[in-house]
Design a protein around this ligand. Structure first.
Ligand SMILES: [Zn+2]
Length: 155
């Protein structure tokens, strides 16, 4: 992986070019990947009985109620699509308790071990930029994986 220092944000494409010809807006690749990646995390963490255990509070809830909870806030691109940084979380913890972070950390340590959690936390300050090509490849990858997981887990 290549990490880069923060650069200026890309300007969105104008809707019209100089000649007044409509220019196609770029498809929102980040949003597309968010969607596939979120589904992947929830499918990955689904148990054979179609339920999941919330990484923070440990409650067992049906698959339909799972959120993709980020340990390090999703605004950090270096960990936004990190499979360890993202885990199935109940809506209460994710949406109403600001991620229930103290317990999220405990859950992560139980799942991955403290050393890996410390390494993950070190990624927070790194700026990561994805190229369109990377987005497209990742979307393809998770789409295929989701298809396979859905079949396997009968969800
Ligand atoms: Zn919870």
């Amino acid at each position: 992986m290549i990490y880069k220092r923060k650069k200026k944000k890309e300007k969105p494409l104008p809707l019209f070019d100089r000649m007044g010809v409509t220019v196609k807006k770029k498809p929102d690749l980040k949003a597309k990947l968010d969607k596939e990646f979120s589904l992947f995390i929830r499918l990955r963490d689904a148990m054979p009985n179609g339920c999941f255990r919330c990484i923070s509070c440990g409650h067992i809830k049906p698959f339909e109620q799972a959120d993709n909870g980020h340990y390090i806030n999703r605004q950090h691109m270096s960990t936004r699509f990190d499979e360890m940084n993202c885990n199935a979380q109940c809506r209460k913890c994710n949406r109403f308790m600001e991620g229930n972070i103290q317990n999220y950390r405990k859950g992560l340590i139980a799942k991955y071990g403290e050393q890996k959690v410390i390494l993950l936390e070190a990624k927070q300050g790194i700026t990561r930029k994805y190229s369109d090509f990377e987005y497209e490849q990742l979307i393809k990858y998770y789409k295929a994986l989701n298809k396979k997981l859905k079949k396997e887990k009968e969800i």
